[in-house]
Design a protein around this ligand. Structure first.
Ligand code: AMP
Ligand code: MG
Length: 499
């Protein structure tokens, strides 16, 4: 690789790296194997703004293309790959790690430090059989969905930029390599903790927990047992995150513990998908034959994953002996999951139905609505968006998406009654519902069109979709097709772990 070290952009950063200070047990310092003859595919102005960077940073700063294709580093950057382990599809998978990710360093922002991570810049000591690369197809999906989720108001790593090259990469077919740069306050995973627990390295486990608390959960320091407070906080964040996934109809696809963010962010976008028709059994990942991570199972999987995380913290609770009192305290922290998840989901669904107050019977109203969508195979995003135009006097276009109009009418009568009970004002409710029910989500076929054009060298559709997904709630965001029913060919699309 090219060993040039360009001077850091004057108005950028000195690239601190707090995780690097933890020592060699946690990571391997290394340079990337960059993309040969790289080019830009896309950049997100909005993600750049998080770093305090100007929109034209990628043109303005020398070597930006070389840095974000893994070919060079700016002065002060000390890239590293971290080690973690995890449970994959419910089974202990042993050591994994950043097999194709490299942390470049941090940028200090008014909102705190942000880590920059390259994905796809070559092999690391944790690559196992992998080639360290990421293909353009999956990188476009990760880049677009990261930004889309952020604009939907869902915690996520961000997509700063995307570079590509003609370097061939073999998957089911030969594709080309890309590097996506993602940004998050931390990419720590449940699996980082599991790694040191399962390898009986409790000193490192303690160091890691202290690091996480000091830098990412400072409020936990006040607690009598900061580690228990950490577990409680991670539990709550995970519960709230998954409630948001369920409400918007997002399926992650690979909810392995190594893909679970300690900060409760959506990370590691792979074979994710948004529901088209409302099908609780929907499996977005073609490789997930048993449907372990089907849409309706996500809340349970989050709970299971938190248990794996909690298990890893046992040596740090009390005297580390796992006494009955310690176990009870751990259980109590985990128990917050169920309540927080239920409350968060109920609040989300109330907002989506435009209900200001929480009233008895709301849960039934929501459940019956979802059952109606399920039995009549109705598109989730479209039905919810059309419901924004509902009024008790005129149901509006939402009625047309149901085959069995009478079944809809029966539910609509109950809904109208419920709205009347809180003196809901149509115009007000409709406006707030439009902020809770996106018009456009990144459906597979939208991503696929952008991917096909990009594979022909035209990146315009990636940038266009990025702009559309940046305003998912606006009536004028995107074309009618962007907000419309998926075309028939969308059913043939299959998304797998291959990336
Ligand atoms: P994932 O389920 O995609 O998040 O990946 C699981 C593990 O496999 C992680 O440790 C990744 O870093 C690693 N991995 C996935 N794809 C590759 C690849 N092409 N090269 C090296 N490591 C990979
Ligand atoms: Mg992963």
């Amino acid at each position: 690789m090219d060993d040039r070290r360009a001077p850091s952009p004057p108005d950028a950063t000195r690239w601190p790296n707090r995780f690097a200070g933890l020592g060699p047990a946690f990571h391997t310092p290394m340079r990337g194997a960059g993309l040969p003859d790289p080019h830009w595919v896309a950049t997100s102005d909005d993600a750049a703004a998080v770093l305090g960077w100007p929109a034209d940073w990628w043109q303005r700063w020398p070597e930006a293309l070389a840095v974000f294709s893994g070919n060079s580093t700016w002065e002060g950057m000390a890239p590293l790959a971290s080690v973690y382990s995890g449970h994959q599809f419910g089974v202990w998978a042993g050591q994994l790690g950043d097999g194709r990710a490299l942390m470049l360093g941090e940028v200090d922002t008014p909102q705190g430090a942000m880590e920059l991570q390259l994905k796809g810049a070559g092999r690391t000591p944790y690559s196992r059989m992998g080639d360290g690369r990421a293909v353009l197809r999956s990188s476009i999906r990760e880049f677009l969905c990261s930004e889309a989720m952020h604009h939907l108001g869902i915690p996520t790593s961000r997509g700063l930029c995307l570079t590509g090259s003609s370097l061939p990469v073999r998957r089911e077919r030969v594709e080309t390599a890309a590097v996506v740069t993602r940004v998050a306050p931390s990419f720590l995973r449940f699996g980082h903790f599991e790694h040191f627990y399962h390898h009986d390295r409790h000193e490192e486990l303690r160091t890691l927990a202290e690091h996480a608390i000091a830098h990412h959960f400072p409020a936990c320091r006040q607690a009598e047992q900061p580690v228990l407070a950490l577990l409680g906080e991670v539990t709550e964040r995970t519960a709230r995150l998954i409630a948001q996934w369920q409400a918007v109809g997002f399926c992650h696809g690979v909810m392995n513990t190594d893909n679970m963010s300690l900060l409760g962010l959506t990370i590691d976008y792979g074979p994710f998908g948004f529901l088209d028709v409302f099908d609780p059994q929907h499996i977005c990942n073609h490789s997930d034959e048993g449907g372990l991570y089907a849409y309706a199972r996500q809340p349970k999987v989050g709970w299971w994953n938190l248990h794996a995380f909690a298990q890893a913290l046992v040596p740090l609770v009390g005297q580390g002996q796992g006494t009955p009192e310690d176990v009870a305290a751990i259980r109590a922290a985990l128990a917050r999951y169920e309540t927080v998840f239920a409350q968060a989901l109920a609040a989300q669904m109330r907002a989506k139905l435009g209900l200001r107050e929480a009233r008895e019977g709301d849960q039934d109203l929501v459940n019956d609505w979802l059952r109606l969508l399920e039995t009549q195979k109705v598109d989730y995003t479209i039905a919810m968006r059309r419901l924004c135009d509902f009024s008790p006097r005129d149901a509006g276009p939402v009625r047309d998406v149901f085959m069995d109009r009478e079944a809809f009418d029966a539910w609509a009568a109950r809904y109208a009654e419920r709205l009347a009970a809180e003196h809901s004002i149509d115009t007000e409710r409709q406006a707030t519902m439009r902020r809770a029910n996106p018009r456009v989500v990144l459906r597979n076929h939208l991503a696929e069109t952008a991917i096909q054009r990009a594979e022909q060298g035209d990146f315009g559709e990636v940038q266009r979709l990025l702009a559309v997904l940046s305003r998912p709630f606006d009536d004028d965001s995107g074309t009618a097709a962007d907000a419309g029913f998926p075309p028939d060919w969308a059913q043939q699309l299959s998304v797998s772990c291959s990336s």
